[in-house]
Design a protein around this ligand. Structure first.
Ligand SMILES: NC(=O)C1=CN([C@@H]2O[C@H](COP(=O)(O)OP(=O)(O)OC[C@H]3O[C@@H](n4cnc5c(N)ncnc54)[C@H](O)[C@@H]3O)[C@@H](O)[C@H]2O)C=CC1
Ligand SMILES: O=C(CO)COP(=O)(O)O
Length: 327
C-alpha cells in the first residue's frame, strides 16, 4: 500500500532514502532548512552538494515549510545529525497535529550516554502524536544508495507486524531490509562504528597495513558488543547489517566521512588543526568521547576508544593508536 512519508533533513541520507521510497511509488516530502538544498531537489531533481548531477526521482517533493511537510505524513523519518535531534523534536511537537510513526536514522548517542531511542522517546514522552518508534541502521553510504546500488539495512522496531509492513515500503530490487528488535545492540553499533572508522582511517593513513585494519575491526567489534551489553544488547545482533555490516563498510571505505577524518588526521599529523577544519557531519568524534566515558563508568577495558579519545580530545600523536590498540 502506498504511504505518505516525510523526511526531516535534506542532507545526504534523507535525500537518498527519499529516492528509495519515491522509486517504490510512495508520496515523499523532504523538509529542510537549507534553501539551496531544497530548491535543488524541487526544481532540478538533484542534491548537488552531496551527489553532483545524479538525478533523483522527479516525484520527490521538497519544502522549507514544516507545517506543509507534515500535513499528510504517516511515517516521519528523522535524517538530521544527532546534535540536531532535540531541536527538531521540539519543532515537531509544536507543529504535528495527527498521529505518526517515527523512524530515526541518526547514528549517535545522547550527550549523557543514553541510547538515542531512550533519549528521543524521553523527549517525546508527553506528546500523544507518536504511535510507534523505530530506527534504520546499516551499511548505506548515501551516494551509493542514490545511484541505486545494492544496499541492505536493518529496521529496528519492537512491533514486529508493523516492522514487516514498513520494511515492505522500503524494499525493492536494490534496497533490502533485515529486522531486529534489539535497539541496544543496533544503536550502540551504529554510533560506535563511526569511532572505529576514525581509528581505521588513522591506521591506513599511517600505513599500518591490512592485518592491522582487520585486527582493529575485530577488536572494535568486540568492544562495541561489550558496551552494548551494558544496555542489554544481544550477541546475535552483531551479525546484522546494522552491526558488523556497517562497521566493515565504514572502517574500510574512503567514502566514509569518519574513515576520511582518521586518514586526514594521520596524514596531516596535527589532530587539533584537522578537527578545527572539519566541515562535514562526522558523528564519530562525539561517539568516541561517549564510548570512552561508558567504558570508564562500566569498567570495560578499551584500548581503541581510550587511544582515540587521547588523539581527538588531548591531541596526542596518531601513532599512539598503532602502538597501543593490540594491547
Ligand atoms: N550519509 C550517509 O551515508 C549516512 C548517514 N547516516 C546518518 O544520518 C544522519 C544525517 O547524516 P547526513 O544526512 O549524512 O548528514 P548531512 O550533513 O549530509 O545532512 C544533514 C542535514 O541535516 C540538516 N539539518 C541540520 N539541522 C537541522 C534542523 N534543525 N532541522 C532540519 N534540518 C536540519 C542540514 O541542513 C542537512 O541538510 C547522521 O546521523 C548520519 O550518521 C546514516 C546512514 C548513512
Ligand atoms: O553511516 C554511514 C554508512 O552506513 C556513513 O558513514 P560516514 O558518516 O562515516 O560517512
Amino acid at each position: 500500500m502506498k504511504k505518505n512519508f516525510t523526511i526531516i533533513g535534506s542532507g545526504a541520507y534523507g535525500t537518498c532514502l527519499a529516492n528509495v521510497l519515491a522509486d517504490n511509488g510512495h508520496e515523499v516530502v523532504i523538509y529542510g532548512i537549507s534553501e539551496s538544498e531544497i530548491n535543488d531537489i524541487k526544481f532540478k531533481h538533484q542534491n548537488s552538494q552531496f551527489f553532483g548531477d545524479a538525478k533523483l526521482n522527479q516525484n520527490i517533493l521538497a519544502t522549507t515549510n514544516l507545517e506543509a511537510a507534515l500535513a499528510k505524513t504517516e511515517i516521519l523519518i528523522l535524517a538530521v545529525p544527532t546534535k540536531a535531534l532535540h531541536s527538531v523534536i521540539a519543532q515537531l511537537k509544536a507543529t504535528l497535529t495527527h498521529e505518526v510513526i517515527i523512524l530515526n536514522t541518526a547514528k549517535g548517542l545522547a550527550p549523557n550516554g543514553d541510547l538515542l531511542s531512550t533519549y528521543i522517546q524521553k523527549d517525546l514522552h508527553d506528546f500523544a502524536m507518536v504511535s510507534d518508534y523505530g530506527a534504520l541502521y546499516g551499511p548505506s553510504i548515501a551516494s551509493e544508495v542514490v545511484r541505486r546500488l545494492p544496499t541492505g539495512v536493518t529496521l529496528v522496531m519492537k512491533n514486529k507486524k508493523l516492522a514487516k509492513s514498513i520494511a515492505n515500503n522500503f524494499q525493492n530490487e536494490y534496497f533490502a531490509i533485515g529486522l531486529s528488535d534489539d535497539f541496544a545492540g543496533c544503536e550502540i553499533a551504529a554510533a560506535l562504528k563511526n569511532g572505529i572508522a576514525i581509528g581505521s582511517g588513522i591506521l591506513d593513513g599511517l600505513n599500518a597495513g591490512d592485518n592491522a585494519r582487520a585486527s582493529l575491526i575485530a577488536k572494535g567489534l568486540r568492544e562495541i558488543y561489550e558496551i552494548s551489553q551494558v544496555f542489554g544488547g544481544r550477541l546475535e545482533t552483531v551479525l546484522t547489517y546494522a552491526s558488523v555490516g556497517d562497521l566493515v563498510l565504514t572502517a574500510t571505505s574512503p567514502k566514509s566521512r569518519n574513515y576520511s577524518l582518521g586518514h586526514r588526521i594521520a596524514i596531516e599529523g596535527n589532530p587539533k588543526e584537522t578537527m578545527e577544519n572539519l566541515s562535514t557531519t562526522t558523528e564519530g568524534v562525539e561517539a568516541v568521547k561517549i564510548a570512552h566515558q561508558l567504558c570508564e563508568k562500566n569498567h570495560i577495558p578499551s584500548e581503541i576508544f581510550l587511544n582515540l579519545y587521547e588523539i581527538l580530545y588531548n591531541f596526542k600523536r596518531p601513532i599512539v593508536l598503532v602502538n597501543n590498540f593490540l594491547k
